[in-house]
Design a protein around this ligand. Structure first.
Ligand code: AMP
Length: 217
């Protein structure tokens, strides 16, 4: 059973790499942020309790997160394994995870701050339908207009240099102790997040001993 954790700052491409790992492997991708957003959009009891915290960009309480993770993993739809993304976010969550599940490896996607900043500053969101764009690798056909609905593309409000710098610093401060903990257990594999998406995915698979992706078509 493969049990992976993927870690990296916002804009490191960790979600993209985690999703690609599913192809041809039956590894299940678990994004804690997606589960929380689903609860908020579906107006569940949990969603109502956490909506404000998530909207303000604060961390949801450890008790709630641990229960969300446990409930998700208790579904046992991951016969081959899983890769979890967005968790752990602090030492307590890391210790809970280490005690409850024997982790196979932690994938650290390493990208210098200036590269992550460039990537985040290139993000655009359609003001009408909410579709995501990135001026580096998924440009719209007509500048500043959504390909699907023609809406105006705008940066997200919190995607401005000062806020990005603050989030990156917060990420580093919070994650260094977690990575240290995992490193002491010999679990951390470090990857160069500046590699092109496909090259990085191939590198990850090679180091994890997973089969390569079969090209589409
Ligand atoms: P993400 O999509 O991973 O950036 O998560 C979106 C939001 O969900 C975060 O800003 C937090 O409010 C909350 N969240 C996600 N994962 C966690 C976690 N492991 N611990 C606490 N809060 C979390």
């Amino acid at each position: 059973m493969r049990k992976y954790v993927v870690m990296g700052p916002q804009g490191s491409g960790k979600g993209t790499q985690a999703k690609l790992l599913r192809e041809g492997t039956e590894i299940v991708h678990i994004s804690v942020g997606d589960i929380l957003r689903w609860n908020i959009q579906s107006h569940t009891k949990l969603g109502a309790a956490i909506a404000r915290t998530v909207a303000e960009g604060h961390l949801v309480s450890d008790d709630v997160i641990e229960s969300v993770v446990k409930t998700r993993l208790d579904q046992h739809d991951w016969n081959f394994g899983f890769v979890i993304d967005g968790f752990p976010r602090n030492e307590r969550q890391a210790l809970f995870f280490l005690e409850s599940y024997d982790i196979t490896a932690v994938l650290e996607i390493d990208v210098p701050d200036h590269v992550v900043t460039e990537r985040i500053l290139a993000r655009r969101l359609c003001s009408e339908c909410g579709l995501d764009y990135n001026l580096i690798h998924s440009r719209p056909a007509v500048p500043d207009r959504c390909d699907v609905c023609g809406g105006v593309l705008k940066p997200r409000e919190d995607d401005e240099p000062d806020a990005i710098a603050r989030r990156l610093q917060e990420y580093r401060e919070r994650n260094q102790p977690i990575l240290e903990l995992f490193r002491k257990k010999g679990l951390v594999l470090r990857f160069d997040g500046e590699l092109p998406i496909d090259t990085l995915q191939a590198e990850i698979r090679s180091q994890l001993g997973l089969p390569g992706r079969v090209p589409a078509g």
